[in-house]
Design a protein around this ligand. Structure first.
Ligand code: ARG
Length: 368
């Protein structure tokens, strides 16, 4: 397709799919002022939103400096998603001091004391291209680098565990059956080559080479390698105490960070991630909660999604992105904004939002 045709295509998406942020903020004039090389670079970034008009974001960065370089296109999308008003500069500050607020779900309702809680951060290493621009040997080399760090992490009494690779033929390679079991138990990531958004950005290329996960003995601290970001570092617990969950992630993150080359972090965008939705704290903190009334007759989770949005939360189905509610109205709730908010604020938004949704569920207010 010629550049003119592609621009025409984007203009069409803009009219038909107003929620596609890439198309909404695409400016043909700005685009035509770029050099030929930069036009090509920007096209690679936004290809996913062109090939998938139903995208909500519609872009993945290919290189760490894409955000600065193409800020005229990406900043408006970032502001819209993370809710950063035009008069505020985009910037990230961090605050992990979770002792400032007590966030125990059991105080909302005793039945929430056994909630499945998870918090993860996206991190990328500045010396490699982002996953959409990696060639096969870079993916393999990156995994080797991570394995060296994990060899040392394995000796740590709190975070000790093992690395499970799905790269064919390595010393750590697991069987196909074990991979499937780990996906079913929500520890390992799904086959990325089945994700049309990632495919259009080349992020899933060379699957399954360079992919795997580290898992602690207690199975409460996991690091994904080679998914949408170089690393996804996460803590998971069944309980209600968000403070201890966040604390566990923070301790593990500091430890892992010291074992690896520097992460790509910018004062403006925070932790650099492939997807603009994951910039900033790079954090997704989520809870699996049953909200049967709020999910009733709502297979696409639209109504509950709108309620959650007012609270700064996003709702996904029990099996992750683009899935429906699970048994008994089981859904995944998480704060949407990750940039321009501290870790502490994310925890607070999650707690307050769940308290509000819980109240609504009990009164079934939106059904009337
Ligand atoms: N690329 C998809 C879109 O634009 C997903 C965006 C958010 N999810 C993610 N896994 N990064 O709608």
């Amino acid at each position: 397709m010629t550049i003119e045709k592609i621009v025409g295509e984007i203009e069409k998406i803009k009219r038909i799919y107003p929620n596609n942020l890439m198309a909404r903020f695409f400016n043909a004039n700005n685009f035509s002022n770029l050099s030929e090389d930069d036009k090509y670079r920007l096209m690679r970034i936004i290809n996913t939103g062109i090939k998938n008009p139903t995208s909500e974001m519609g872009a993945y960065a290919m290189y760490v400096d894409d955000y600065e370089k193409f800020s005229f296109q990406l900043d408006p999308m970032i502001r819209d998603f993370h809710n950063i008003p035009a008069e505020h500069p985009i910037s990230q500050t961090n605050d992990w001091d979770t002792t400032k607020a007590r966030c125990d779900l059991g105080e909302i309702d005793p039945s929430l004391k056994k909630t499945s809680m998870r918090v993860r951060v996206a991190r990328n290493i500045s010396s490699f291209p982002l996953p959409g621009a990696m060639d096969k040997s870079q993916r393999i080399d990156f995994e080797k680098l991570a394995v060296l760090a994990f060899d040392r992490l394995a000796d740590n009494p709190d975070f000790g565990g093992k690395y499970l690779s799905i790269t064919p033929g390595t010393a750590n390679t697991i069987s196909n059956q074990e991979y499937k079991n780990r996906v079913a138990s929500h520890q390992m990531f799904k086959d990325m080559s089945a994700d049309k958004y990632l495919n259009a950005a080349n992020i899933s290329a060379h699957w399954p080479f360079g992919r795997g996960m580290y898992i602690s003995q207690k199975e409460d601290f996991i690091i994904w390698v080679g998914e949408e970001d170089h690393l996804r570092i996460m803590a998971m617990q069944t309980g209600g105490n968000l403070n201890s969950l966040f604390e566990r992630l923070h301790t593990g993150l500091k430890f892992v960070g010291d074992l690896l080359p520097p992460f790509a972090i910018s004062p403006k965008y925070g932790a650099i991630a492939s997807c603009p939705t994951n910039l900033g704290a790079g954090m997704r903190a989520s809870l699996h909660i049953k909200l049967p009334n709020l999910c009733a007759d709502d297979p696409k989770l639209e109504r509950i999604g709108n309620e959650a949005k007012k609270l700064g939360l996003a709702v996904r189905g029990a099996s992750g992105e683009h899935s429906g509610a699970g048994e008994g109205g089981l859904v995944d709730i998480s704060p949407s904004a990750r940039l321009g908010v501290t870790q502490m604020q994310i925890m607070q938004t999650l707690y307050d939002g769940v308290a509000a949704l819980w109240k609504l569920e009990k009164s079934s207010a939106i059904r009337e």
